[in-house]
Design a protein around this ligand. Structure first.
Ligand code: FAQ
Length: 316
């Protein structure tokens, strides 16, 4: 940061507001880098919710009971709603929906690595609920404290719904873990495939996270990637083990002195391959979203026509 920026009274006042724990609102002065960071993060988050409907949505027609089907439909529908809140939050910063969708569908924008893994069995739905929603909640509870008002408020609402997602996943996993040998085998297989991607989805280690220092300085993130990952593992690992499941990390253990859960090395090569578009399902997921966008063109046209007609009626 240059001296010019450090001595900028607007910047000083902005940082003082953050230090006092005030929320920054859309019309307030903010540094351009703060606005850009928020648009980047919020739009990536929105894309993640939107694409995140696909792995579980695939299982709606195959749910084993009406109750499970209703729960899953509600969950997937919530994810669409989360995408909407988040796109709106990014729009308050001047990003347009068209720009964000274009960046997403052309592969320029990132979205969470976790949704590029296949959902191969019904119990993947259970494990996604417990692990993926569980990791997402840890991250989002932290973001609910963030300094930008619209993002923070969206997070409060989203976390309430994610808590239901988390509970239904955990309920299912515990049931299958205590069920027939076939159910146990099925849910163990889901855990084997989803454990590491869930640990990775919280982002690179702090030493390899270029955005964290600025995000923490401006109160966008209130914890680092490793801190959130540690919270997730500390909460989830003992409960999975108590359910009699095996976590696919032979090095995972709780340090006797500190009580901290120590995990084995993370395969960051795999993570970056997935982030760069070379994961098992990246192409399939983006193609599904591009098709949905093209198929929905008539709805957007109709809505635009309706709102233009309504505005004309008000003016006249
Ligand atoms: N996937 O410097 P950092 C959900 C990128 S919602 C892909 O550490 P930062 C709900 C990162 O963008 C899940 N890319 O970045 C649900 C950056 O690249 P850039 C989504 C990743 O921002 C559940 C580069 O690596 N949640 O699951 C990932 O400080 C079930 C360097 O990284 C959010 O988006 C990744 N996993 O920290 C829905 C929350 N990690 O942009 C359906 C908001 C890192 O500079 C079913 N976002 N990268 O080119 C955040 O909290 C942060 O952006 C992090 C990354 C923590 C994801």
């Amino acid at each position: 940061m240059t001296n010019e920026v450090i001595n900028d009274p607007k910047m000083e006042a902005f940082e003082a507001r953050i230090a006092r724990g005030e929320k920054i609102e859309p019309g307030d002065w903010m540094p351009e880098a703060y606005r850009k960071q928020l648009i980047r993060m919020i739009s990536q988050h929105a894309h993640s919710e939107y694409i995140g409907m696909l792995p579980e949505g695939k299982w709606i027609p195959h749910a084993p009971s009406l109750r499970r089907k209703m729960i899953l439909i509600a969950k997937v529908q919530d994810e669409a709603g989360h995408g909407q809140y988040l796109y709106h939050a990014a729009e308050t910063l001047g990003a347009t929906r068209e720009e964000m969708m274009d960046a997403f569908l052309t592969g320029k924008a990132k979205y969470s690595s976790i949704f590029n893994y296949p959902s191969d069995s019904w119990s993947d739905v259970a494990i996604i609920g417990w692990l993926v929603d569980g990791a997402a909640i840890k991250n989002q509870l932290m973001l609910a404290q963030c300094s930008y008002g619209p993002y923070s408020r969206a997070m409060v609402r989203i976390c309430a719904e994610e808590t239901f997602h988390h509970k239904q996943g955990k309920e299912m996993v515990l049931k299958y873990a205590a069920g027939t040998p076939k159910q146990r085998e099925m849910v163990q297989d889901s855990l084997n495939r989803y454990w590491w991607p869930s640990v990775m989805m919280l982002g690179p280690h702090d030493s390899d996270s270029p955005n964290t220092p600025q995000l923490v300085r401006w109160g966008i993130k209130t914890k680092t990637n490793d801190e959130v990952r540690q919270e997730f593992i500390a909460e989830t690992a003992p409960e999975l083990l108590e359910a009699g499941l095996t976590i696919p990390d032979p090095d995972l253990h709780q340090d006797e002195t500190s009580g901290e859960w120590i995990h084995g090395p993370i395969d960051w090569d795999e993570f970056w391959q997935v982030v760069r578009g070379n994961g098992p399902c990246n192409k399939e997921r983006l193609a599904a979203r591009a098709k949905a966008h093209a198929d929905g063109a008539w709805v957007r046209e109709a809505l635009n026509g309706y709102s233009q007609k309504k505005s004309a009626a008000i003016i006249n």
